[in-house]
Write a protein that binds this ligand. Sequence first.
Ligand code: HEC
Ligand code: HEC
Length: 292
Amino acid sequence: MKTALKIIGIVFGVIVLLVVVAAIVFYFITGNFITRTFDVAVEPVDIPAGDEVLAHGQHLATIWGCTDCHGENLAGQPLIEDPAMGYLYASNLTSGKGGVGSTFTPTDWVRAIRHGVRPNGQSLIVMPSLDFYYMSDRDLGALLAYIKSVPPVDHEMPARSFGPIGRMLLYTEAIPLQAVKVNHTAPRPEPDPGVTVEYGSYLASTCRGCHGPKLNGLGGDADPNGPPPPNLTPSGELGEWSEQDFINTLRTGKTPEGDELDPLYMPWKAVGQMTDDELKAVFMYLQSLPPS
Ligand code: HEC
Ligand code: HEC
C-alpha cells in the first residue's frame, strides 16, 4: 500500500516536473522568437516646416489611422489587455513622459513607421508598417512634422508582454512580426496627388494590409475575430457601386446594400475623412483592378 502511494507520488511529481520544464522551454523559445532583432537599412526623410505642412500631416495622421490606434492626442492607449493573449500598447508618440517623441531621432521614426523596427532592433506588432512602408517621402515628412508639433502628454504605459495564447499566435505567425512582413527593399512609387489611378493605388496602400495585396479580400492580416474583409475589385459588391455610393459608404459606414460596417474592424471613420478627390482616386483605382 505504502509503496503504491509512493509510486503514484513519484509519477505525479515527474509529470508536474515535465509540465514545468515544457512551459519554461515554451516561454524561452517563443520569447527568443518575439524579441529577435532586425537590422534594416533606413533612409531618413526631410521634415519640412510651415502651416500647410502641419495641416497635411494632421490629415495624414487621420486617414492613415495613426489617431485610430495611438489616440486623438497621439498619447497612446492599450490595444490588448488579456492574461491569455497578453498586453499590447499603441505607444505614446508625443514628447511627454513615457513618449517616444523625447528620444526618437529622425532615423528612429522612419525605422519604426516604414520598417516596423524599434531602435533596439525588435519588431513592432499590430502596428501596420507593412502598409506604411509605401508612404511617400513627402507624406512621411509632413506626418513627422505634425507628430513633432503635437503637445507633449505624460502617459507612461507598461512594456508589452505576452501570455500563452499570444505567444502561440506570434510563434505560428498568425499575428506577424511586422519586420518580417515588410518588404524592406520594394520600390516606392511616389505619384503626384490627383484623381488618377496611380494616386488611388498609392492611397490604397492602407487598405492592402487587411483587404489583401490584390484587394480581393484574400491574404490580408485583418483581425480574425471580426468579419472577413470583402473583395474590393469589380467582382465584389463594388462592381455595382457608383463613385457616389463608394464615397457615401466610407463617410457613413453604410453600404448601398444596407450593411453597417463595424468600425472596430473596418476603419471607415478614418478612411472616410479622405477628401472627395482622394476617395475618387481610390475608387477609380479599385474599378481599374482586374475582377478577382
Ligand atoms: C492598428 C493600430 C495602429 C495603427 C493604425 C498605427 N499604429 Fe503605431 N503602433 C501600434 C502599436 C500596437 C505599437 C506598439 C507595438 C509593439 O509594442 O510591438 C505601435 C508603435 C509605433 C511606433 C514605435 C514606438 C515605439 O514604442 O517604439 C511608432 C513610431 C508608431 N507606432 C507610429 C505610428 C504612426 C505614425 C501611425 C500612422 C501612420 C501609426 N503608428 C499607426 C499600433 C498602431
Ligand atoms: C483594419 C483592417 C481594414 C483596413 C485597414 C481597411 N479595411 Fe475595409 N473592411 C475591413 C473589414 C473587416 C470589412 C468588413 C466590415 C464589416 O462587414 O463590418 C471591410 C469592408 C470594407 C468595405 C465594404 C465592402 C462591401 O462589399 O460591403 C469597403 C468599401 C472597404 N472596406 C474599403 C476599404 C478601403 C478603401 C480601405 C483603405 C483606404 C480599407 N477598406 C481599409 C477591414 C479593413
